[in-house]
Design a protein around this ligand. Structure first.
Ligand code: FAD
Ligand code: SF4
Length: 492
C-alpha cells in the first residue's frame, strides 16, 4: 500500500483522502490554513482578524490595488467548503461542450449522485417563505423570467441565520471537514498537517518529496507565507489539490525552483496551459433597492436560483454582499461614492436591498481570462477581467427594476472590475500532450503517481457554482486511480 501526500484539503483533496484511506493507503494531508475543528475557534463575525484566517484574496491588498479582478477562496482543513454557501447544482449538458471525450452530464450524473448522498444535499426547506425569496420571485415574474426554485444545499437542520461565510458555528453545514475528511480520519490512516504550505514537489530517489514552509507563525493570510525554514515529507504518490489559483503556482515552482543536492526535478511536461485560461464562472453581483421592506439580511446566503440555461441567477443575503455592492457602487443623481447623500441612500440598505448573483458561462467578447503564476513563492493573478454571461446582467437588473426598484451600479459597471469566488481551470485536463494533466486519471503527464485533483483541472466553467462538478470529477478520477473502473468506463 502506498503512502500518499495530499496537498490541500478542499473538495478535490478531501475526496482523494477519503477514497485513498478507505482503499487501505496511508495519507498525510498538508494544508496551509488552520485546523478549525475545535468549535471554540468558530465565530459569527465579519471581523477581518477572523475572516483573513479563513479566506485567501488575490491580490491580497485589493482595496489598495484596485485591480480589474479580485479572486477570493477559502482555506483551512476543509478548504473552500468551510466558507462556502453549500450550494450544489449539477452543470447543464451544454456546459460540457469542448470537454475531453466522455465528460458529459449523463456520464457525470452517477458521480453527482454519489456526492449528493455523502453531503446530504437537499433543497433548502422553506426557502420560499422568506420575504427576500418572495421579492426575488415577484421580480422574476414581473420581468418574465422563469420562477426561482430552492437551492439544493449541503446543510442539515439549517436555521437560515445567514452566517455561513465565516463557517457555520452551529455545525449545520455539511462541509468536507464533517464528511469526507471525517470518513478518512475514521479509517485511522489519515494524518493531518495544517499550517503547512507546500513550496515544491521533487523526486528524491524513487520517492516524491514535498518541501514546505510552516505557516503557524503568521496570524492570517497564510497563503502569503514564502520564507522561513523548510521541511519535507516523503511519499510514493502525491495529489495536488490546491485549487485553481495555487495549483498552477505550485507546479511552476516544482518545475523551476532550484533544488538542494540529492533532489531531482519532476519530469518535464507542457506548461503552456498551466496557469492560463482560468474562468471566473460569472460571479457578477447586481444590487438595488426595491420599494417594499424585505429584510434581505434574513435567510441563508443564497436560497433560490433561476435556471437561465447558460447561467443561473441567485438571491444573495445582504450581509455578505454588502462590501461587494457598497464598495464603489453609484446611483443616479449621486456622482460621488461618499458624502451625506450617499450615506442617506444606504439608510435602508439592510431592509430594502435585493442582491442578485450571476454564475455562468463567460460572455462573448471576452476581455481576457484570469492567469495565475508563481511570484517568489506566492501565487499571483493577472489584472484581467472577463465578460459576464451574455444577457445576464440585464436579466438580474430586471428583477429589481420590474418591481419598481432602483439599481445600484457596481464596480463592474463603474470600472470594469470583476470579483469571483468561483475560479476554475488553470491546469486543465486534456487528451492531448499540450495539457499537463491527463483527462483519464488526472495524472500529471510523464510523472507516474503525481496527480492534480481540484477545480484547476476543469476545462471550462460548469455554468453553475462549481463545487459540485469539481467533486463529481474528483470522485470519477478516484475510481480510475483505484482501479474500481477501467480507464474510460463510465457507469450508467
Ligand atoms: C464565500 C464563498 C462561497 C462559496 N459558495 C459556494 C457554493 O455555495 N457552491 C459552490 O459550488 N461553490 C462555492 N464556492 C466556491 C468553492 O469554495 C470552490 O469552488 C471550491 O472550494 C474549490 O474546490 P477545490 O478543491 O478546487 O479547492 P479549495 O476548496 O480552494 O481547496 C484548496 C485548498 O488547498 C490549500 N492550499 C492551497 N495551496 C496550498 C499549498 N501550497 N500548500 C498547502 N495547502 C494549499 C488551500 O488553503 C485550500 O484549503 C464559494 C467560495 C467562497 C469563497
Ligand atoms: S444559514 Fe446559519 S445555520 Fe444555516 S448553514 Fe449557514 S450559518 Fe449554519
Amino acid at each position: 500500500m502506498a503512502h500518499v501526500i495530499v496537498i490541500g484539503s478542499g473538495f478535490g483533496g478531501s475526496i482523494a483522502a477519503k477514497r485513498l484511506t478507505e482503499a487501505g493507503h496511508t495519507v498525510a494531508i498538508l494544508e496551509l490554513g488552520e485546523d478549525m475543528r475545535d468549535p471554540a475557534k468558530l465565530e459569527q463575525s465579519q471581523d477581518t482578524k477572523y475572516i483573513l484566517r479563513l479566506f485567501r484574496d488575490y491580490p491580497v491588498d485589493y482595496l489598495q490595488a484596485k485591480p480589474k479582478v479580485v479572486v477570493t477562496q477559502g482555506m483551512g482543513f476543509g478548504g473552500g467548503s468551510l466558507v462556502y454557501s453549500g450550494i450544489h447544482l449539477r452543470a447543464p449538458s451544454s456546459a460540457f461542450s469542448g470537454w475531453p471525450s466522455g465528460y458529459t452530464r449523463a456520464n457525470l450524473d452517477h458521480y453527482y449522485g454519489r456526492v449528493e448522498q455523502r453531503l446530504g444535499v437537499a433543497p433548502l426547506p422553506d426557502a420560499s417563505s422568506y420575504p427576500r425569496s418572495q421579492a426575488f420571485a415577484a421580480g422574476a415574474s414581473a420581468a418574465g423570467l422563469p420562477a426561482p426554485v430552492a437551492n439544493p444545499v449541503a446543510m442539515t437542520g439549517c436555521t437560515k441565520c445567514g452566517w455561513c461565510i465565516p463557517i457555520c458555528k452551529w455545525g449545520k453545514k455539511n462541509t468536507m471537514q464533517h464528511t469526507y475528511l471525517q470518513d478518512a480520519l475514521n479509517t485511522g490512516r489519515l494524518s493531518v498537517w495544517t499550517n503547512r504550505k507546500a513550496k515544491y514537489i521533487a523526486k528524491y530517489g524513487t520517492k516524491y518529496r514535498v518541501v514546505y514552509w510552516k505557516t503557524d507563525s503568521a496570524v492570517d493570510n497564510y497563503h502569503m507565507v514564502n520564507s522561513g525554514s523548510l521541511y519535507y515529507q516523503e511519499a510514493d504518490w502525491v495529489v495536488v489539490a490546491c485549487g485553481a489559483i495555487e495549483t498552477p503556482a505550485l507546479l511552476e515552482r516544482s518545475r523551476y525552483d532550484s533544488l538542494p543536492s540529492g533532489y531531482t526535478r519532476i519530469a518535464s511536461f507542457d506548461m503552456s496551459n498551466v496557469g492560463n485560461g482560468i474562468d471566473g464562472t460569472g460571479d457578477f453581483i447586481q444590487g438595488g433597492f426595491v420599494p417594499q421592506q424585505m429584510d434581505g439580511f434574513k435567510g441563508a446566503v443564497m436560497m433560490n436560483h433561476i435556471d437561465m440555461g447558460d447561467y443561473v441567477l441567485e438571491d444573495i443575503g445582504a450581509i455578505p454582499v454588502g462590501p461587494a455592492v457598497k464598495l464603489e457602487s453609484s446611483f443616479q443623481g449621486i456622482s460621488k461614492t461618499w458624502g451625506l447623500a450617499y450615506k442617506q441612500k444606504f439608510k435602508d440598505y439592510g431592509r430594502h436591498m435585493l442582491a442578485v448573483g450571476v454564475m455562468g458561462k463567460q460572455g462573448n467578447g471576452t476581455l481576457g481570462n484570469i492567469q495565475a503564476w508563481d511570484d517568489d513563492g506566492n501565487a499571483a493573478v493577472s489584472n484581467t477581467a472577463y465578460q459576464p454571461p451574455t444577457g445576464s446582467l440585464e436579466a438580474a437588473r430586471s428583477i429589481i427594476t420590474a418591481q419598481g426598484g432602483e439599481i445600484a451600479d457596481t464596480p463592474w459597471e463603474r470600472s470594469g472590475t470583476a470579483a469571483t469566488v468561483h475560479p476554475v481551470g488553470g491546469c486543465k485536463m486534456g487528451s492531448s500532450s499540450s495539457y499537463a494533466v491527463q483527462s483519464t486519471d488526472l495524472q500529471v503527464r510523464n510523472n507516474p503517481g503525481l496527480f492534480v485533483i481540484d477545480g484547476s483541472v476543469l476545462p471550462g466553467s460548469p455554468f453553475r457554482n462549481p463545487s459540485h462538478t469539481i467533486a463529481a470529477v474528483a470522485e470519477r478520477a478516484m475510481d480510475v486511480i483505484l482501479g474500481v473502473h477501467p480507464y474510460w468506463y463510465w457507469p450508467s
